[in-house]
Each structure stands twice: as C-alpha cells, then as structure tokens.
Design a protein around this ligand. Structure first.
Ligand SMILES: Cc1ncc(COP(=O)(O)O)c(C=O)c1O
Length: 432
C-alpha cells in the first residue's frame, strides 16, 4: 500500500467532494485565501511560550521563554488589539486552541473543585463543555441547569432565577450550540451580582454575527467573560479565544499559560488576525446577509411543509434554523439521506428529546454561515429549501437530487466578504 499517495488522494477527494456539496453545518465555514495563506506560513513550525508582559501605547508586550518570536509578537499583539476593539473587550487572550479549551481555561481560573456552574442542558442546546460530561466535569464542577422555555427556545429567566438563588453557581454560562435567539444577559446580571457569580458568555456559534454588530453585545449587556471558537460564523481558522474585563485578565492569562496550553498554534493566531481584519472591513455586510439567509431559508422550508421551529418569532435571529423531522423519518435518517444528495447537515436533539435519543433525535440543525460566505443570497435559500423538500418530504432518490446539487454548486466557488484573490473556495493548495 502506498500510503503517501493514498493520503494525498484522500485530500484531493475531500476538496472535490466538499466543493460540490451544499454545506449546512452550523458550526463550520470556509476561510478566505488570505486566512489560508497565514495558516500554512512558517508560524506553524514555531513556539512562543511565555507570559504577557504589560502594555505600551495600548499594544501588548511579551516576555517569552523562547527566542525567535520577534515577528510573531507583532502578530499576537495585532490579533489581541483587533479582537478587543471589535468585541468591546478590555482584554483578549488568543492562546486557547479551541472553544472547549477556552471554557476550561476560564473554569480553571475562576472556580474551585466542587463549585457549581449553571448552563443549558444539552437537550436544550447547551454545549457539552458547559456540563459535567466534559470540561466542567474535568475540573470538578457540578451542573445547575437553567429552566428552558421550549416555545420561546430560550432560558426561562423567572424560573431559572429561583434555582440560581438557591444553588449559587460560581459561573453562569450563557450561549449555546443551538442558539436561535439572544440570551438574556441583562436580565440575569442582577441575580449574578446577588450570588457573586461571574457571567461567562460562550459566543462560539455567534462570534461572526457579533463581529458584524448583530445578535447581541455581550460586554455591554453585562457579561464578565466572553469565550469562543474562531471558526463557526466567524470565518477564522479552527481555534479559541477568551475576551474579558481587565480585573480578570491576569488570572485568565495564567490559566491559559502556563496552566492549560504550552504551544498555542501560532499559525492559527496569524490566521485569526487576518480574519479579524476581514471582519472589521466586511463583517457588517456578512452578518446581515447571514441573518437574511437563515430567515429566508426557514420561511421557504416552512412554506414547503417542514415543521420549522419558532414560526411565531420569525424562526431565528441567528445563523441557525431548527426543524422537527420526527414525523418524516427522524434526524438520523434525514441527515443520512441529505448526505447522499450532497447536502451536509446534522441531526440534533430538540429540547423535548431525551439524551437517550441522541442516535436518532427529533431534529435537524441547519446553518447558513458557509453558504453565505461563498456568496449565496435569499434566492439561493429558496433553491436549497426545494432540494431539501425533494429529499426529505417527497423522498425522491437522493442520487437524483445530487446531480442537481452538483450543478447548483458550480456557481459558488469563491469566498466573499474578504480581500480579492484568484484562489477558489474549495481549491486544494498544492506544494509538491
Ligand atoms: C457553544 C459552544 N461552545 C464551545 C464549543 C467547542 O468549541 P471547539 O469545537 O472549538 O472546542 C462548541 C462547539 O461546537 C459550541 O457549540
């Protein structure tokens, strides 16, 4: 077996295949050519261990343990400054290598073993890293689930307040993986002050919307800390970031390094900095189009007979659309059939499911960040809704729909909302 050839063959196939698929995974995106150039740069070979060493004229200075970081120091300082400006944060830390690690870093900084953390149940859209099965459990935290309003698809503030006053979590997590509507930060700030809790807003899913001035403004509304991934609606490389108030900065920085990360994947920091520049320039237009697209897709699917959640609230204020498919095959079957038609989306628990249903939940979660980033608008959302109807409701052979999807995708091979380049959105960069 020639593994060398086999590996590059698989990489080539991946590019070709995914470029001919409609990608509706809410947590994915494609990066711009400029971000891709940063990711393959020499920084991917290097280390820059070290603590942050203060500021001069608003720019971070570094105290490194390794030599050879003179240009990377500039990049990390620019990434931090851009992130602070774009998200209205007093301090940014770009060390965490993923959103889950960003959460773990904050828990490690702000809690003690055995403390409590409030968050949404996974069935209600909470992320596992907010619960005992993942990062919160690793660090010995006990879950305090919020009460959830299934009709409004949001935290039930009044019922949650009672629980919070009784259980007194140290950290109140907000933000979620199923995230249709802004979370009630303002409404929960008072109770956080009463129980001396910190509000940590996990904006992993909605970072790109917030960068464009949409969805919500976590610090202005009362969050103490803002954790995130950098690659869902925000079109950066896969990675993580923590934004916080100055009073928490040194605890959080120390928890990131030397606490939980040694090498912070410098090429990803370079890619993040480039994506931050892009969002500064193109973010508003991009975020506006994402929300227009998700609403248009939801409306079109609803009119074609899908059971789209929250019709009474215009379906969504984010990049996500949630659909109950329990009566037309269930989430597992629908997601599999769609994949056969080159439409990639994921099955998802709905709030009334049990964790035991995770294999075949009632729902599918649809996201429009990637299709928006490659230039699709409302009319294309109508076409996508039609494809979905043919596969899921009319049960047409997926292989037949696939042919039309491949044709459709031929017109969408460039990344938009970024600086000009000849490189295709799904083009494989070859060096050999
Ligand atoms: C709300 C939320 N937080 C954190 C994460 C974890 O992010 P990462 O995959 O970057 O570790 C996710 C992942 O989907 C998420 O949805």
């Amino acid at each position: 077996m020639d593994y060398y050839r086999e590996l590059f063959d698989l990489i080539e196939k991946q590019h070709k295949w995914r470029g001919s698929c409609i990608n509706l995974i809410a947590s994915e995106n494609v990066t711009s050519p400029a971000v891709r150039e940063a990711i393959v740069s020499d920084f991917g070979h290097r280390y820059a261990e070290g603590l942050l060493g203060g500021r001069s004229n608003g720019i971070q200075l570094f105290d490194r343990f390794y030599q050879g970081t003179r240009y990377f120091d500039g990049i990390e300082a620019i990434a931090m400054k851009l992130a602070e400006d774009l998200f209205g944060a007093e301090h940014a830390n770009v060390v965490p290598v993923s959103g889950a690690i960003a959460n773990l870093t904050v828990y490690n900084a702000l809690t003690h073993y055995g403390d409590k953390i409030s968050g949404l149940r996974v069935e209600a859209g909470g992320h596992i890293s907010h619960t005992h099965v993942s990062c919160a459990g690793v660090i010995g935290l006990k879950d305090v689930p919020y009460a959830f309003d299934e009709r409004e698809m949001n935290i039930d503030v009044d019922r949650s307040r009672e629980t919070l006053l009784k259980e007194k979590p140290r950290i109140m997590m907000l933000g979620a993986s199923v995230f249709l509507f802004p979370h009630p930060i303002r409404e929960l700030r008072e109770v956080a002050d009463e129980i001396n809790a910190k509000i940590v807003y996990d904006g992993a899913h909605v970072l790109g919307l917030i960068a464009g001035g949409r969805f919500q403004d976590p610090f202005r509304e009362g969050a103490d800390v803002f954790t995130t991934s950098t690659h869902k609606t925000f079109p950066g490389p896969q990675g993580g970031m923590i934004l916080c108030k100055n009073e928490l900065a040194s605890k959080i920085d120390n928890s990131a390094f030397p606490g939980l990360t040694s090498n912070h994947h410098l090429h990803h920091v370079a890619g993040l900095a480039v994506a931050l520049v892009e969002m500064q320039k193109f973010g508003r237009e991009y975020a506006d189009q994402i929300i227009r697209n998700s609403k248009a897709l939801a409306q079109a699917m609803y009119e074609l007979g899908f059971s789209v959640l929250c019709e009474h609230k215009d379906f969504t204020e984010s990049h996500q659309v949630l659909v109950d498919v329990s009566s037309i095959g269930g989430g597992d079957r629908v997601a599999n059939d769609c994949e056969k038609a080159n439409i990639i989306l994921n099955k998802n628990l709905l709030p009334w499911d049990s964790l035991k249903d995770a294999g075949n939940p009632s729902g599918i979660r649809i996201g429009v960040p990637e299709v928006t980033h490659i230039g699709m608008k409302e009319s294309e959302m109508n076409e996508i809704a039609e494809f979905l109807k043919r596969v899921v409701i009319e049960k047409e052979k997926p292989e037949r729909v696939k042919k039309d999807v491949i044709e459709f995708m031929k017109d969408y091979n460039k990344v938009h909302y970024c600086f000009e380049s000849e490189l295709g959105a799904y083009e494989n960069i070859r060096f050999k």
